[in-house]
Design a protein around this ligand. Structure first.
Ligand code: F3S
Length: 379
């Protein structure tokens, strides 16, 4: 493949993997059970990605591994609200990925539909999914970039380095959490704070053993937004070496994170729930808060989910949508152009979204739990 015997597309992909392997001291390639490819939203990747995808698709690139796609920039029901050129460019990207053989899952939570087996090797991009796969699902994936995830999808393998080696999955710092986070925002803020402190270390986090899967998802997504960590350990079964460096986290640190990411006096013109895309459980919770209520005029309420979750909970989706909110698939408020829709102030329960929205969408952010988002948006 590297010599070009299998064509130019395979050669380029192999070159990417070999370079990475050399850089990080891998000794061989290992098969992967799936790839999750980022670099799908036209807003974030632009024309260069289209050119590259077109070239490899035309030269016959086909995914050898089962491959899913991260969110795009447009949900089908937003098409009329964006200039035609953007819609066409996004459609072109999706078409090219389909030609390569990737499944158009268009979600950052592919693991709800396609649960990777424990201890299976993956090549996933999308940092929140990487942390969730390693820490909650027990699968093994480095934090891939868009090119390396795509290259692994096509070759069906990844270089054996980093988190694919058992010795590199061991915790190397202890985090003692001295308070009990009360909601998803506090779990996110905790992850964000730890990510800033530990950068790329692997923490064992003590004191969050009762966290729900959704809280762990928020924690991990925020951890990966402020730092470079690919996994964390937690829970009863995690054993730590007591000689490791230890850091304590108190409630005041979390409050500071929330104050830093959130404007306290803000009347949002949009509410965004679903970063990372909502689980079935989150949709149920949200529907229970919204049922029977009416959205205030002048506020958009976006709930972002995978197509899988939307299809699974049709009744709850109807409850949410009949209140005036929108349940969107294929995108999220960060990777689409909310600013082009005239949105300037966004309330969200996601620390990861609060981290990115000011720079990527020029939006001011109010960071509050789901329940509070509903309170301020509904009559
Ligand atoms: Fe997913 Fe968008 Fe957040 S891709 S993790 S919902 S920024």
């Amino acid at each position: 493949m590297l010599d070009g015997e299998y064509g130019w597309a395979c050669q380029v992909c192999m070159q990417i993997l070999v370079k990475l392997g050399e850089l990080y001291g891998a000794t061989r390639l290992i098969p992967i059970s799936s790839a999750h490819i980022s670099g799908v939203s036209y807003k974030t990747v632009g024309d260069a990605a289209i050119e590259f995808l077109m070239e490899i698709a035309e030269k016959g690139a086909k995914a050898k591994a089962f491959s899913t796609l991260n969110p795009s920039s447009i949900d089908p029901c937003l098409i009329d609200r964006f200039p035609r050129k953007l819609v066409e460019k996004q459609a072109e990207i999706l078409q090219l990925y389909k030609r390569i053989g990737a499944v158009p899952s268009l979600s950052c939570t592919p693991y709800y539909e396609y649960v990777p087996a424990k201890n299976s090797n993956l090549a996933w991009a999308e940092s929140s999914a990487v942390v969730y796969a390693n820490s909650v699902l027990g699968a093994w994936t480095n934090r891939e970039g868009a090119p390396s995830a795509l290259a692994s999808a096509i070759i069906g393998k990844t270089p054996n380095y980093g988190i694919h080696k058992p010795e590199n999955r061991e915790p190397n710092i202890i985090i003692d959490v001295l308070f009990q986070p009360r909601n998803e925002v506090e779990y996110g803020a905790l992850g964000y704070y730890i990510g800033e402190v530990i950068r790329d270390k692997i923490p064992i986090v003590k004191g969050i053993k009762d966290a729900s899967l959704d809280e762990l998802k928020q924690f991990g997504a925020a951890l990966a937004s402020s730092g470079m960590t690919s996994m964390f350990h937690h829970g009863k079964k995690s054993k730590s070496n007591e000689r490791l460096e230890a850091v304590t986290v108190e409630e005041r640190e979390i409050k500071t994170v929330i104050e830093k990411l959130s404007s306290s006096k803000l009347e949002p013109d949009m509410i965004f729930i679903g970063c990372p895309h909502c689980s079935l459980q989150e949709i149920r919770r949200l529907a229970s808060f919204i049922e029977g209520k009416k959205l205030k005029s002048g506020i958009e309420f976006w709930v972002c989910v995978s197509r899988y979750v939307k299809n699974k909970e049709k009744k709850l989706v109807r409850i949410i949508e009949s209140s005036g909110a929108k349940v969107l698939t294929d995108t999220c408020a960060v990777v689409t152009w909310t600013d082009k829709l005239g949105v300037e102030k966004i309330a969200t329960n996601s620390v990861k979204a609060a981290h990115y929205l000011p720079t990527m969408n020029k939006a001011e952010v109010l960071l509050i739990p789901m329940e509070k988002c509903v309170e301020i948006a509904y009559e």
